[in-house]
Design a binder for this molecule. Structure first.
Ligand SMILES: NC(=O)c1ccc[n+]([C@@H]2O[C@H](COP(=O)([O-])OP(=O)(O)OC[C@H]3O[C@@H](n4cnc5c(N)ncnc54)[C@H](OP(=O)(O)O)[C@@H]3O)[C@@H](O)[C@H]2O)c1
Length: 270
């Protein structure tokens, strides 16, 4: 139970991809880090790769509020009050809205939106007790425009933007800074799985943009937390989409529609 003055960072989704890369940066700064995810095997592998002294792992599903709160309590008992939460746990299930089981839509909302809210709910009392801190929500470029085949994912990640805006205002007076980021395609196990099931319509509108590395996204996340920046977009295109999206989205949708119609015509389906 002896706690040093070292910062304690909790990372949901910390066993893989972006979350793991963020955890690695904080470990390099000497922070104590708690990783939260479901698979204990993956967590243990990640913990070993970060150096087991100063890194802890807690197995919990972010969609299970009670399990997540218990995991956060154990983490705080072990490493002391957490002052930074990075909520990176997330899933994507590409497929046409009415062509996939309803459970897949519900699950994306439960993990990406409600799971994030559960993580914030679990740490808020700790952050308040510590006199302040930072919360970073990992959304997606898919929050900024509707993408064919990503109804559940887009809905969950769009919703995070509204949630972050409201939360930011509510906790500001407590010295808690809320940030949100919108990564583009990023080289992680999630992207590798997603590309296998990405519908051709989505592929054609998303083009052949080269994914960025998880390290680049992690550096952007840590810099945003350091600066207390509210929104981070990583690329000029996503920045422009966020700033001018409502103005230009009718045009973007028209371009997307044409690209999809051409694809289908080419396949003899138009
Ligand atoms: N990769 C991209 O192109 C990209 C682009 C934009 C945004 N993002 C977002 O970035 C975040 C991280 O994605 P990533 O690409 O780093 O994916 P990843 O490599 O698959 O890592 C996802 C992490 O979340 C955990 N996780 C998944 N479901 C969970 C649940 N219900 N409860 C607790 N932990 C859970 C996973 O571990 P377990 O499976 O063991 O639970 C893993 O640690 C996600 O929110 C994703 O939507 C990714």
């Amino acid at each position: 139970m002896a706690h040093s003055g070292r910062p304690h960072v909790i990372v949901t989704g910390g066993s893989s991809g972006i979350g793991l890369a963020v955890a690695r940066l904080y470990r390099a700064r000497g922070a104590r880090v708690t990783l939260i995810a479901r698979s204990m095997d993956l967590l243990e592998e990640a913990r070993q790769s970060l150096g087991s002294e100063g890194t802890a792992a807690e197995a919990a599903d972010v969609a299970d509020r009670a399990a997540l709160e218990a995991a956060v309590s154990r983490a705080v008992a072990r490493f002391g009050p957490c002052t930074i939460l990075v909520s990176s746990a997330g899933i994507v299930e590409p497929g046409a809205f009415d062509g996939q089981p309803a459970d897949l839509f519900d699950r994306q909302i439960a993990v990406n939106l409600t799971g994030t809210a559960n993580a914030v709910r679990a740490v808020l009392p700790v952050l308040r007790q510590a006199g302040g801190g930072s919360i970073m929500l990992v959304s997606s470029g898919a929050a900024l425009i509707g993408i064919h085949g990503y109804a559940g994912y887009c809905a969950s990640k769009h919703a995070l933007r509204g949630y972050a805006g409201a939360l930011r205002s509510e906790v500001k007076a407590d010295g808690i800074r809320v940030s949100i980021c919108y990564p583009p395609d990023t080289q992680t196990p999630q992207l590798a799985r997603e590309l296998d099931s990405r519908p051709p319509e989505a592929q054609v509108i998303m083009g052949k943009v080269k994914p960025v590395s998880a390290e680049v996204v992690a550096r952007g996340i840590v810099a945003a937390i350091d600066a207390g920046r509210f929104e981070t977009f990583f690329t000029p295109t996503l920045w422009a989409l966020a700033r001018f999206g409502p103005l230009v989205s009718p045009l973007i949708h028209a371009v997307f529609d044409r690209q999809i119609a051409a694809l289908r015509k080419g396949r003899g389906r138009a």
